[in-house]
Design a protein around this ligand. Structure first.
Ligand code: NAP
Length: 532
């Protein structure tokens, strides 16, 4: 890790993407270094330690496929893993593949500048350390830059406040506390049922009601684990063939409108009973046909009404928007929690939050007193982490400037003007619309193949062509426009961050189609790139 030595590749981020990238490139014999702001591996699973944090992709699928030995030796406990277990897994991987020697923790990357003269990237960290590298890989994560609470008066609050995506390492004591939580997305939906039984009172400030499907988590039996281990190659192949990179996602063959009312209801009930976000795949047009979507939404609203005892609360919890527009949540007892006497739901559309005051939260009609406030208000998704680094490419071009009207990439992997810089699961790739592990592996393998091609062909610089980038971005827009998600407000389009340019960020054409295109580009000698 000699600082003065020029590295082959510098990787930013020691999450699942950065760790696998490091492993691949080390195996190619390259000099590689990973920098991460955190003091340990795990990326999003290092930071998101909030109570109840759990993955909503099944454990056996939310894992690396690249090592058969790893697949066989690791034993998942639950159908959907908890954050501590995923973090244990990340640490196990780091140890098993001896990755730690090549990772520098507590190192936040502040700037990255491309020197045209030397064809090198110069990376500077918060402690002033400087690294030179031939390539750089941005494994900075998609949901890693938190949406910082900007509520007026936040510094006046006398109690403690926490952000779900930057949760402290020491346990928070909720016993007997008056707690307020702002937000009702996936993070809040997981936190609320866990802390409600511990606190004196819990007040939930809801702006938009969200659809949530019971996760129906359970402990995996030895038999289930053995079965998965015996069938991993089949599971992985099936995942790569699925639009979301998820083997267990069985996409219904029919439109929700082409079946009888009773058949439709039966299928929704089956999916509801099975649990998890695969609910949305019950019919093949829930994401594209408004009428089909409404059928699914009606079904979930009816379930909310069955579960929540007070009609007024059930109505408030019943979403009115497109189901799947915002990322569907998976929960354990989320709606049930509102039947507790110590849980109160506040509609901030009716009574907006005016400010934080020393004793709690002031809405237009009340002051709610709290010991603890939790901000579960999401992330500056897909571009936030990348743009938090001052990246300057060819001719002093800043990525922030280039992306001022929204991100521009070729395949979500590279951006014109930024030679030898790769992004893992970047904007314009399936990324957050897929199982992140499937997408991470595909990207990492594409990048390592590309780096190896460059070296075997005696080439030094690769850069996306503007034409190919423009064509790709048009295609990204075109496929997104066919979906209902395109026109509604969510973090998929940056609508959750004030001032963020509205653009559909991930690639909605599906994982198999996307992979095919990436493979085609590589097979044609990296067609669409300038190579020198
Ligand atoms: P999120 O889905 O963006 O939810 C943020 C919540 O905060 C929304 O309810 C939002 O309301 C609310 N909010 C934001 N600013 C507000 C304000 N100023 N006043 C009042 N309410 C405000 O964020 P998240 O829950 O952290 O989840 C983000 C993504 O991370 C998920 O969609 C998922 O992809 C991933 N995630 C996954 C898991 C899992 O695997 N189980 C768990 C957690 C997170 P509006 O809707 O009105 O904007």
């Amino acid at each position: 890790m000699a600082k003065n030595k020029t590295l082959d590749t510098l990787i930013v981020g020691a999450g699942f993407a950065g760790m696998y990238m490091l492993h691949k490139l080390r195996k190619q014999g390259l000099e590689v270094l990973v920098l991460d702001e955190a003091s340990g591996v795990g990326g999003t699973w290092y930071w998101n330690r909030y109570p109840g944090a759990r993955c909503d992709v099944e454990s056996v699928e939310y894992s690396y496929s690249f090592s058969e030995e790893l697949q066989q030796e690791w034993k998942w406990s639950d159908r959907f893993s908890t954050q501590p277990e995923i973090l244990d897994y990340a640490n196990h991987v780091a140890d098993r593949f001896s990755l730690r020697d090549w990772i520098k923790f507590n190192s936040r990357v502040e700037s990255m500048v491309y020197s045209t003269r030397d064809n090198l990237w110069i990376t500077t960290t918060n402690s002033g350390e400087i690294y030179k590298s031939h390539y750089c890989v941005m494994a900075t994560g998609t949901l890693s830059s938190v949406n910082k609470p900007r509520f007026r008066g936040i510094d006046d609050f006398k109690g403690d406040w926490y952000v779900t995506g930057k949760w402290p390492h020491d346990p928070v004591d909720f016993k007997g506390k008056k707690v307020g939580i702002i937000g009702t997305g996936s993070s809040a939906v997981q936190t609320i049922p866990i802390i409600a039984p511990q606190v004196d009172s819990l007040t939930v400030f809801q702006r938009t009601a969200n659809y949530s499907i019971p996760a129906r988590n359970y402990s995996l039996t030895l038999e289930e684990i053995e079965k998965a281990k015996a069938n991993y190659s089949e599971i992985r192949a099936k995942a790569r063939d699925n639009r979301a990179g998820i083997a267990s996602m069985e996409v219904g063959p029919y439109s929700a409108l082409d079946v009888s009312d009773s058949d439709r209801d039966r299928e929704f009930k089956r999916r509801w009973k099975e649990g998890g976000t695969n609910f949305l795949a019950a019919f093949n047009d829930i994401g594209t046909n408004a009428e089909s979507n409404e059928k699914a939404a009606d079904f979930v609203r009816a379930r909310i009404n069955e579960v929540v005892r007070e009609t007024k609360v059930a109505d408030l919890l019943s979403p009115t928007n497109t189901i799947g527009c915002k990322r569907l949540c998976a929960d354990t007892d989320y709606y049930e929690t509102y039947n507790r006497d110590n849980v109160l739901l506040v509609d901030v559309n009716k009574t907006p939050i005016e400010r934080i005051v020393d004793e709690g939260i002031k809405t237009s009609d009340n002051v709610y007193e709290f010991d603890i406030i939790i901000f579960a208000i999401g992330f500056d998704a897909m571009t936030g982490a990348l743009l938090s680094i001052d990246i300057k490419g060819r001719n002093e071009l800043r990525l922030k400037e280039k992306w001022s009207e929204g991100p521009r990439t070729f395949l979500g992997l590279c951006s014109e003007g930024f030679p030898n810089m790769f992004m893992i699961t970047g904007p314009g790739s399936p990324s957050v619309l897929s199982n992140m592990m499937t997408s991470i592996e595909q990207h990492v393998e594409w990048v390592s193949d590309c780096v190896s091609y460059m070296s075997s062909h005696g080439k030094n610089a690769i850069e996306a062509k503007l034409d190919s980038e423009n064509q790709w971005m048009d295609h990204v827009e075109e496929v997104a426009a066919d979906t209902l998600r395109y026109s509604c407000n969510s973090w998929y389009v940056g609508a959750n961050i004030p001032g963020k340019k509205r653009i559909f960020l991930p690639y909605a054409g599906g994982f198999p189609k996307y992979t095919e295109r990436c493979n085609e580009v590589a097979a044609k000698g990296y067609e669409g790139f300038t190579i020198a």
